[in-house]
Every structure is written in structure tokens, then in C-alpha cells.
Design a protein around this ligand. Structure first.
Ligand code: NDP
Length: 234
């Protein structure tokens, strides 16, 4: 049975990933940070294991690695967003977003890659964003962190391909999770109006793509950036 580690698995897209991978019979482990109660409940329901980890904290990453051991599939899903004019983004706001979305993803990946290399198998799936492809007004730090993940994905794909490790990125569009719960309704409507499929995406839409990328059938796909955005960036 293959093992999968999903960061930020207690809620939103991460929760969808946990449920789908558990339903497919994977040995699922996931991390939570603030949603402990939700994490425990989900772990019980899906027969998976939940671990505390703040991915901006190297000590947490080391403990997670010690507890979890080796994994076959790593899904870097944990991330934060922040809406601000570029002139309002101070060092703190920049570091909060970039250190979580980009540096945290790198540090966590670096911890789990050695086992994948020695095992000659691995799947790394990064959750980026369509804003990392297209850029986004009032989210310079978020879009830059997600664009950075594309460079990270493609570089790791080249470096790790010879070890039979694939590295891909899913770029979600507007997905119905807490990340968008405070979004201005008019802005959300405008985004949906611009989306060819004319609806928000769901965590299930993202999980379906991740399940495929983790499968044997996807063994020749690496360094790919796959928009799952209802055609928004088409
Ligand atoms: P949520 O806000 O619902 O979930 C974010 C997740 O990230 C939570 O599980 C949270 O953990 C975790 N997280 C945040 N910061 C940290 C940290 N420092 N350490 C560990 N975990 C952390 O958002 P979504 O489910 O929508 O987002 C999931 C991913 O999808 C993100 O990377 C996001 O950027 C991306 N995405 C989302 C889109 C959307 O429209 N929703 C669109 C494009 C991309 P906890 O809550 O336990 O603290």
C-alpha cells in the first residue's frame, strides 16, 4: 500500500485530498496547524493519521519527518493568501505568504526526498494557483509565491526524474473553501462569470487530478503545470 502525506489536510482542498486518497486505499497521513479538532475527526472518519506541523517552522518539519518516516507521495497543499495593494505589503506580510507557500514547501519537500531517492520512487504534487500563472492584482506576494512554486516544480522534476520521482503542480482556479469565504461577493461573481465552466471549483475537482498524478498511469508526466480552473486561464 502506497503512503501519502498531505500538508494542510484538515480543511478545504486538503480535506478533499485526504478523503479521496483514503477512499482509494492509500495509507494517508496529513498535517494540520490550527484545525486540530477537524483534523482528529477527519483522521477517525478516514482511518488516516494526523500530525501537527507548521511548515514555516523547521523544528516542526524535523519532528514530522521523525514521526512519519518515509512517504511515497507528498502533496504540498498548505498555503495562505492575503489580499493587499502592493503598497500595503510590508516585510511581515511578504514573509508570511512567501515563507509559507514557497519556502515551507521547499523545506518540507527537502526532508522527504532522500527516502524517495533511495527507494527509486516518488510522486510530489504541489498545489499552486492560477494566479501563479496569470498574476493577480492585490496579491503580488501570493502570486509571486505560487509562480515560484512553478520554478521549484520544474527544477525538481529535472533533478529527480532520474530517481523515478515525478514532480507536478496543480494550479487551481477559484475553489469553494474557507480561503474565499471573506471574498467580496461581487468579485466572486465576476470571477465565475469569466470562467468558461461558470462555477466555482470544488476540492473534489482538485483531488481527482491529484489521484491521477499519483497513479501508475501518470508515470511519464513530470514538470507539468496543470490548471484545474474551469478554463479560466485557457
Ligand atoms: P484553506 O484556507 O481552507 O486551507 C489552507 C490550509 O493550509 C489549511 O489546512 C491550513 O492549516 C494550512 N496552512 C496554512 N498555513 C500553514 C502553515 N504555516 N503550516 C501548516 N499548514 C498551514 O484554503 P484552501 O483549502 O483553499 O487552500 C489549499 C491550497 O490551495 C493552498 O495552497 C491555496 O493557496 C491553494 N489554492 C486555493 C484556491 C482557492 O480558491 N481556494 C485557489 C488556488 C490555490 P490549518 O487551517 O490547520 O492552520
Amino acid at each position: 500500500m502506497k503512503s501519502v502525506l498531505i500538508t494542510g489536510g484538515a480543511v478545504g482542498i486538503g480535506k478533499g485530498l485526504v478523503i479521496h486518497f483514503a477512499n482509494k486505499g492509500y495509507n494517508v497521513m496529513f498535517t494540520y496547524r490550527s484545525h486540530k479538532e477537524e483534523a482528529m475527526e477527519l483522521a477517525k472518519k478516514t482511518n488516516s493519521r494526523a500530525f501537527y506541523c507548521d511548515i514555516t517552522n523547521m523544528k516542526n518539519i524535523r519532528s514530522l519527518h521523525e514521526e512519519v518516516g518515509r512517504v511515497d507521495i507528498l502533496i504540498n497543499n498548505a498555503g495562505v493568501s492575503d489580499i493587499k495593494m502592493c503598497t500595503e505589503i510590508d516585510d511581515l506580510a511578504w514573509d508570511y505568504v512567501v515563507n509559507t507557500n514557497l519556502k515551507g514547501t521547499f523545506l518540507l519537500t527537502k526532508s522527504f526526498v532522500p527516502h524517495m531517492i533511495s527507494n527509486k520512487f516518488g510522486r510530489i504534487i504541489n498545489i499552486g494557483s492560477m494566479w501563479g500563472l496569470n498574476g493577480s492584482s492585490c496579491e503580488v506576494h501570493y502570486a509571486a509565491s505560487k509562480a515560484g512554486l512553478i520554478g521549484l516544480t520544474k527544477s525538481l522534476a529535472k533533478e529527480l526524474g532520474p530517481s523515478n520521482i515525478t514532480v507536478n503542480l496543480i494550479a487551481p482556479g477559484v475553489i469553494d473553501t474557507d480561503m474565499n469565504k471573506n471574498a467580496d461577493p461581487a468579485t466572486l461573481k465576476a470571477l465565475i462569470d469569466e470562467c468558461p465552466i461558470s462555477r466555482m471549483g470544488t476540492p473534489d475537482d482538485i483531488a481527482a487530478c491529484a489521484i491521477f498524478l499519483a497513479s501508475e498511469e501518470a508515470s511519464y508526466i513530470t514538470g507539468a503545470v496543470i490548471p484545474v480552473d474551469g478554463g479560466y486561464t485557457a
